[in-house]
Design a protein around this ligand. Structure first.
Ligand SMILES: Nc1ncnc2c1ncn2[C@@H]1O[C@H](COP(=O)(O)OP(=O)(O)OP(=O)(O)O)[C@@H](O)[C@H]1O
Length: 249
């Protein structure tokens, strides 16, 4: 059945082993052409949402749909095939391999050489640093540049939705700004993004839609700009009240 959403996580319950549930009836929906960000306190379950979406963690209840198709209980390989590509927290480039080798790893499931060449052209256009440093060892790149190599690798399979877990982790403010610019470029090039970020204010400034997680559920969701303006949310989750708008005279 056709759906207006690319990814729907509905009434998800999930947890680890015998421990208490982490997600307790969580619903998150990602429409086409959008960056959706999940924010909330430490341990709220943000990364767990991405693990459920990419098949790393099976939900105990609830439904996962991709473009209207039920994909609940599929494994990571099948989720990738369905169109969900997960960029994990931390740095996952292979430092002793070249940028090219790292990016080509993202195409391991593709067999059509013309398609691989087309995707390489696409990611080189989207991430100029990947094109510029194509033959360099990935370990020689800065943290922010390595993150762009990870983005490029994740886009090789033409995913419908990229799942980004704390892409700014460990980066300085300048590199963080570049990485968020690239998130917007990915969206504008046609890939929807579900983003988890510690830096909630920065993430909401980038995203189209936001979901605030608390106690394993979505506490409040809506256009990111509206969430940023909400004084109560700012106090509770964004490290203080919104900055007053100043007008230059
Ligand atoms: N592999 C695991 N095994 C057992 N418990 C886990 C595992 N991963 C996460 N948890 C627990 O699940 C809960 C939610 O963790 P999760 O990483 O999803 O939260 P988060 O909102 O992303 O937190 P943070 O902002 O600190 O990264 C925490 O209580 C955490 O200890």
């Amino acid at each position: 059945m056709a759906s207006e959403y690319l990814l729907e996580l509905e009434d998800i319950e999930a947890g680890y082993g015998r421990a208490a549930l982490v997600l307790r009836g969580l619903t998150v929906k990602v429409p086409p052409g959008a960056v959706v960000c999940l924010v909330g306190p430490n341990g709220a379950g943000k990364s767990t949402v991405l693990k459920v979406a990419s098949g790393m963690l099976r939900p105990r209840a609830g439904t996962i749909r991709v473009a209207g198709k039920d994909v609940t209980d599929r494994n990571p390989q099948q989720m990738l095939h369905a169109g969900l590509s997960h960029v994990l927290q931390g740095h996952s480039v292979f430092k002793e391999m070249t940028v090219e080798e790292n990016v080509r790893l993202g195409a391991y499931s593709l067999t059509d050489k013309a398609e691989i060449a087309e995707r390489i052209g696409f990611v080189k256009d989207l991430f100029p640093v990947v094109a510029e440093r194509w033959g360099a060892l990935a370990g020689a790149l800065s943290g922010g540049q390595q993150k762009q190599v990870e983005f490029a690798r994740s886009l090789m399979v033409s995913p419908r939705v990229v799942l980004l877990d704390e892409p700014s982790m460990g980066l300085d403010p300048k590199a963080t700004a570049t990485v968020f610019e690239q998130v917007v470029r990915m969206r504008d090039a046609g890939t929807a993004v579900l983003l988890v970020e510690q830096n909630a204010r920065r993430a909401l400034e980038t995203a189209d839609l936001g979901c605030v997680l608390d106690l394993g559920r979505v506490h409040i969701s809506g256009p990111a700009a509206e969430l940023l303006r909400d004084p109560q949310l700012a106090e509770l989750y964004l490290g203080g009240r919104p900055k007053p708008v100043t007008t230059k005279s």
